[in-house]
Design a protein around this ligand. Structure first.
Ligand SMILES: Cc1ncc(C[n+]2csc(CCOP(=O)(O)OP(=O)(O)O)c2C)c(N)n1
Ligand code: SF4
Length: 264
């Protein structure tokens, strides 16, 4: 990975993410391309902690904490206020999967349906990590969590297709193991007017049960095995941006304790 790609990131050292946090890497990549006057809306999640407590902040971008369900509504209002002042700054939601797939889904759906001119990014660590790694509807089938001690029986919700049904101009998936691809997608989204949704798989060593040194390797395996496809949907037209290598899925599962029954 070429680290120079995101040398202009806006995450300060000393933030409070766990070692090897995929969600911190995701922010490093995204923050290297969004404008410096971007307003970020963060609902309750691990990133509420990583960002830090006012007046301190680990992010060199203006950010506001929202209640769990309300990030899309906060972003809608902030964008409307900026536009009223002829300020065209980017408003970006930065939310976990719990806020996106579950708790904030109603307001996300409403903002997408109105085609609000905002960028919504979900860093998907596949569970409610900030409160102890409970299952969310983004948790994959068979994963052991404190609320699915025998393995989750239901599949991961297909949030991409659900958002696609909202007829929005841009949807993409991205991986921290493929920063060039992610940067290209964010840059494309910045040029599009209307609601943009990007889903970033963000492995979590603490909740998934793996060594912090393996975060990027696990993210890469998810793409290579076809478990997390990299794609984009522009005005309803879908394109795979990186074809899986067909690596056996067992290689991905074997590195994570959550796929060993009763391991967590
Ligand atoms: C209405 C409400 N319910 C529960 C909580 C407690 N809570 C705070 S963060 C969080 C988990 C968030 O999960 P997710 O959105 O997936 O982000 P992550 O923590 O995984 O980064 C929960 C349940 C809350 N703040 N508000
Ligand atoms: S619990 Fe997971 S997502 Fe949350 S800060 Fe730690 S590594 Fe990151």
């Amino acid at each position: 990975m070429d680290l120079n790609l995101f040398k202009n990131h806006k995450l300060e050292p000393g933030h409070s993410a766990c070692a090897g946090c995929g969600a911190a890497i995701a922010m490093k990549i995204v923050s290297s391309v969004v404008p410096t006057n971007t307003r970020v809306v963060i609902p309750a999640c691990c990133w509420s902690i990583i960002l830090g407590k006012h007046p301190f902040s680990s992010l060199k971008l203006a950010a506001i904490h929202s209640p769990f369900a309300f990030a899309s509504a906060f972003a809608t209002g902030i964008k409307a206020a900026l536009e009223a002042k002829n300020d065209n700054s980017l408003v970006m939601v930065w939310a976990g999967d719990g806020a996106t797939y579950d708790i904030g889904f109603g307001l996300l759906s409403a903002a997408a349906e109105r085609n609000e001119n905002i960028l919504y990014i979900c860093y998907d660590n596949e569970g409610y990590m900030n409160t102890g790694a409970q299952r969310s509807s983004a948790t994959p089938s068979q994963a052991v969590t404190p609320t699915t001690p025998k393995g989750k029986r239901r599949p991961k919700k297909n949030i991409v297709e659900i958002l696609n049904a909202h007829d929005i101009p841009y949807i993409a998936t991205a991986s921290i193991a493929y920063p060039e691809d992610m940067i290209a997608k964010v840059k494309k989204a910045l040029k599009i007017r209307g609601f943009k949704f990007i889903l970033i798989q963000s492995p979590c060593p603490t909740g998934w049960g793996f060594d912090p040194s393996l975060t990027v390797k696990i993210a890469r395996l998810a793409v290579e095995c076809g478990i997390f496809p990299l794609l984009e949907i522009e005005n309803g037209s879908k394109r795979i941006t990186l074809h899986p290598k067909g690596t056996p899925k067992e290689e991905y599962y074997a590195l994570q304790k959550r796929f060993e029954p009763k391991a967590l």
